[in-house]
Design a protein. Structure first.
Length: 158
């Protein structure tokens, strides 16, 4: 059975990229786990693994350096469209992100991009609400000590 087709859609900058080299490690109706190398070479980030929590609209990624050491976890707020006939996912990045460092430090980034996207018509009011409510849910999971549960699929499927 062939792997599904996976696209990453960004609003800022506006692009839709086929993630043709991502390798699917696991998939069911709740999650997808992928392994990948960076699309564009970087000095710090070399490769990673991502878990798409489809019902929660969260993507949790482990970012690694070239020597395979963990840099941090990067959590994207996402939405997705799935076409069953073509087995294609389009994952839309809803801009707000949370970075969790190995020492436990939590950093929320790109909130300003939500405003920019809304003002420029790239993001509907409903999608803005969805992004903010999902961000709030993710932060509650982290603050209440549940982030380890979001990391489990990245450790389980290698």
């Amino acid at each position: 059975m062939a792997d599904p087709i996976l696209y990453r859609k960004r609003l800022i900058p506006e692009e839709c990229v086929l993630l043709k080299d991502d390798r699917f490690l696991y998939r069911d109706e709740k999650i997808m786990v992928t392994a990948w190398n960076t699309l564009k070479p970087r000095k710090d980030l070399h490769h990673g693994r991502s878990c798409y929590f489809l019902r929660e609209n969260i993507k949790v990624s482990r970012f690694y350096s070239a020597d395979d050491s963990l840099l941090y976890w990067y959590c994207d707020i996402v939405d997705y469209d799935y076409n069953k006939e073509t087995d294609t996912y389009i994952i839309t990045d809803l801009l707000a992100d949370v970075i969790v460092y190995p020492d436990g430090f939590v950093k929320v980034v790109d909130i300003d991009e939500l405003v920019t996207a809304r003002e420029s018509g790239l993001l509907s009011e409903d999608m803005l609400k969805k992004a903010l409510l999902t961000l709030n849910s993710l932060l509650q999971i982290i603050y209440e000590g549940g982030f380890a549960d979001l990391q489990k699929p990245l450790e389980q499927y290698t």
